[in-house]
Design a protein around this ligand. Structure first.
Ligand SMILES: *Cc1c(COP(=O)(O)O)cnc(C)c1O
Length: 360
């Protein structure tokens, strides 16, 4: 068996320890005589799995008691619709457009009401986070929406926008659990788990409880009404059982690693190795303004498409997988999520140095 260094943006690398544990428990989960994939979501043994996952997540993120944690399906993309369905009382909201995922959420909201673009970084191919200190937020807006870490472009908010008292909704799919956050600053934090937390199939949403009501837009499907899910503790129907089980294992792994403060320090250390090299290299260049750099997704280019392709090919042969940039951006992108070991980043930089020398 040979494991590669997997720089995929998602689904992405998971801690090896978690995968091994899951393998050990595959045929007989804790004496139940069955796999977690095979058991009823109404069973006592599964109830423990989902309850423990929630408790560990609450501890890791220090989630206040007036926030609900929901494990949902449909991906982050479905949640783009759930936000206006559940929150657009005045049918108006502000969106900050910092990349493709933010834009998709913005476009989805337009189906349900008036979505206003408050700011955008489209003028420079989303290579920075715009100034959000004084946005044209009006009193009748129901919320302000951001994508906190832009997976495709590799930018991240270093300070949250000034929402002028309005509720903040954040898609954190690609920076979930990468560093501590003050949950109380948000109305809703949500993300697909397949980037930095677990296997595909689940969205975790942390929602302030006053937003969970029967007062939703007419026509909202039962399943997409947050109250339905909250009242049933995410067990209204069959949840993504196995995915939640793996997420729970990742939460335990994060606790063992020292929690989110420790992860932040490690993520900063990892990202610095790569960014420092990009700053000194005469072949490779980062594509993002320094102040907006993501710790999780690092896009870079050589400036020559043929050389980019050659790099991706040779890197793959050397055991560095999924370094090709997003199909809409080109170049390269290294996603260095929590589970990417520091050795993986060090080895990548060594390989890049070698490639630079050979192609000078
Ligand atoms: C991947 C991604 C999405 C889309 O996630 P799906 O679960 O595939 O719908 C949305 N937002 C961000 C920030 C992402 O990285």
């Amino acid at each position: 068996m040979k494991r590669v260094y997997n720089f995929s943006a998602g689904p992405a690398v998971l801690p090896e320890e978690v995968l091994k544990e899951a393998a050990d428990e595959m045929l007989d989960y804790k004496g139940s005589g069955m796999s977690v994939m095979e058991m009823s979501h109404r069973s006592k043994v599964y109830d423990n799995i989902i309850k423990e996952a929630e408790a560990d997540l609450r501890e890791l993120m220090n989630i206040p008691d007036n926030y609900k944690v929901l494990f949902l399906q449909g991906g982050a993309s479905q949640f783009f619709a759930e936000v206006p369905m559940n929150m657009m009382k005045n049918k108006k909201a502000g969106y900050i457009v910092t990349g493709q995922w933010a834009k998709k959420a913005y476009q989805e909201a337009k189906i349900y009401g008036e979505a206003v673009e408050l700011a955008s970084s489209a003028d420079k191919t989303f290579s920075y986070i715009p100034d959000c200190s004084d946005l044209p937020i009006t009193d009748d807006m129901d919320y302000v929406y951001i994508c906190e870490n832009n997976t495709i472009y590799g930018t991240k908010y270093k300070t949250l926008p000034n929402t002028k008292g309005k509720d903040l909704v954040a898609d954190v799919s690609s920076c979930f659990l990468s560093e501590p956050v003050d949950v109380s600053k948000y109305a809703v934090i949500y993300g697909g788990v397949q980037k930095n937390v677990g296997p595909a199939g689940c969205v975790i949403a942390i929602i302030r409880d006053d937003l969970i009501t029967d007062d939703v837009l007419p026509g909202t499907p039962t399943m997409l009404k947050w109250k339905t899910q909250a009242d049933a503790d995410s067990l209204y129907n069959t949840p993504p059982c196995y995915t939640i089980y793996i997420c729970g294992k990742v939460f335990k792994w994060l606790k063992k690693m020292g929690g989110l403060e420790a992860m932040k320090a490690l993520n900063e250390k990892k990202a610095k190795i790569l960014y420092d090299y990009l700053d000194e290299s005469s072949l490779f260049k980062g594509t993002v303004e320094k102040e907006s750099r993501s710790l999780m997704n690092v896009p870079f280019v050589t400036g020559n498409e043929e050389l980019d392709a050659k790099f991706v090919k040779e890197a793959k042969e050397a055991g560095f997988e999924n370094l090709k940039g997003h199909r809409t951006v080109g170049g390269m992108r290294a996603s260095i999520y929590n589970a990417m070991p520091i050795e993986g980043v060090e080895a990548l930089v060594e390989f890049m140095k070698k490639f630079e020398k050979e192609n000078a």
